[in-house]
Design a protein around this ligand. Structure first.
Ligand SMILES: Cc1ncc(COP(=O)(O)O)c(C=O)c1O
Length: 396
């Protein structure tokens, strides 16, 4: 089917909730994708950070294939080895306590919010349920995680939203302290605001927030949905910041392409959620955990993580050395990068890059966001840089 034919049927049958690029993708290999007309692209977006080991990676596809023939799904009323293995790997790699499996980033954050509120309720009784998040954050699209998101444009239409959120300016400890009171149970934040514009938090601010949380017995929830699973050159970005969160949420890269999310809690709060207080039918099903185990077998390796950091530096330096006056800098860590351009121009550049065969996404007001597969090769990065040169240095 051609793009035009598919698009016509999409418009007829699929709800119009996405501003999609005018491309219908067909298949992929490594960091390359092909559309239905056979046009080739280098993918610097990996399904918004999901396909962390690239396309058709036999480590992931082989693990899924083996598992689906053995046992595709069972309910959480039974124990399975893949699920236990994923949790064990995550806990041993981070010093955290235990894991709850969900299906997406928003659901993982819902779990974290429930955990924080119950932790506080169990210890202090009712009335301590407020969660402070940061302006410009993004935490998901459910009615609760929209309200957790510190961007007012997400607080429309779907009233009434879940109560109990307040927002502080990133990097402003005094503002954050002023939002914390006797009704607060947690602080929740991304260490690099992804959707907000690829904005890394200041390390001193993050350390001070950790300290404040300890003093006030607030749970420090770190949303690693976008930054987790090797994306920033550490298994989790909190390891770059030398902090020990109480709760870490993840999704995207964890399954390498299949839907899985998880909430990981520290030993001090990992027994808060008990039978009957939280559940989901598909959470931690053997197929997605087999995929996650395959992903973690590759990513949870200091050598692989060092390569992510090296590739990130190479890509960043390659972009800066284009010397384009349109590029005002490159932000981010590892292979989570934002090319900073004039406000509003990010979509213009993204569209031109895509037209010329490099898939990127945008973030915030001025960032062309790059989240390539962590397995991208130097040859693939060079090919992408050659197209970037065309786009950023030959402005129409
Ligand atoms: C930091 C962060 N949290 C939560 C989410 C929501 O994840 P999902 O779309 O899987 O629900 C996202 C998605 O982009 C995200 O970047």
């Amino acid at each position: 089917m051609t793009y035009e034919a598919l698009k016509a049927e999409e418009q007829k049958y699929v709800m119009n909730t996405y501003g999609r690029f005018p491309i219908a993708l067909d298949h992929g290999e490594g960091a390359r994708l092909w559309d239905v007309a056979g046009k080739e692209y280098i993918d610097l977006s990996s399904g918004i950070g999901v396909n962390c080991l690239g396309y058709n990676n036999p480590v992931v596809t082989g693990a899924i294939e083996a598992q689906i023939h053995k046992l595709m799904h069972v309910s959480n009323l039974f124990t399975t080895a893949p699920m236990v293995q994923t949790a064990k790997t995550l806990v041993e790699a981070t010093g955290m306590g235990k894991v709850f499996f969900a299906n997406s980033g928003a659901e993982a954050n819902e779990g974290a919010i429930k955990l924080a509120r119950k932790y506080s309720y169990d210890k202090y009784g009712a009335g301590r349920s407020k969660i402070v998040t940061l302006w410009n954050s993004f935490h998901g699209r459910t009615v609760t995680t929209l309200k957790a998101t510190g961007q007012t444009r997400f607080h429309d239409y779907f009233f009434p939203f879940t109560e109990g959120f307040d927002y502080a300016a990133a990097g402003d400890l005094d503002d954050l302290k002023s939002k914390v009171d006797d009704t607060t149970c947690a602080v929740m934040m991304e260490l690099i605001q992804g959707e907000g514009g690829v904005l890394p938090q200041d390390p001193d601010f993050v350390k001070a927030v950790e300290q404040l949380c300890r003093e006030r017995d607030l749970l420090l929830i770190i949303d690693e949905v976008q930054t987790g699973i090797g994306r920033t050159g550490a298994l989790f970005c909190f390891q770059n910041y030398d902090i020990q969160p109480d709760v870490v949420t993840m999704a995207k890269g964890l399954g390498g392409g299949v839907p899985i999310g998880a909430v990981m809690a520290a030993k001090t709060c990992c027994d808060v959620l008990t039978p009957g207080t939280h559940a989901t039918t598909f959470g931690g099903t053997p197929t997605v955990c087999a995929a996650a185990n395959a992903v973690l077998s590759v990513v949870n390796d200091p050598k692989f993580l060092a390569e992510v950091r090296e590739k990130g530096e190479y890509l960043k330096n390659g972009i800066l050395s284009l010397g384009s006056p349109a590029i005002h800098g490159v932000r981010g860590m590892g292979l989570m990068l934002g090319i900073i351009v004039d406000e509003g121009q990010h979509s213009v550049f993204a569209n031109r890059l895509i037209e010329q065969g490099v898939l990127v996404i945008t973030a915030g007001k001025n960032a062309v966001r790059l989240l390539p597969p962590l397995t991208i090769t130097y040859e693939e990065m060079d090919a992408a840089l050659a197209i970037m040169k065309n786009v950023f240095c030959n402005e129409k």
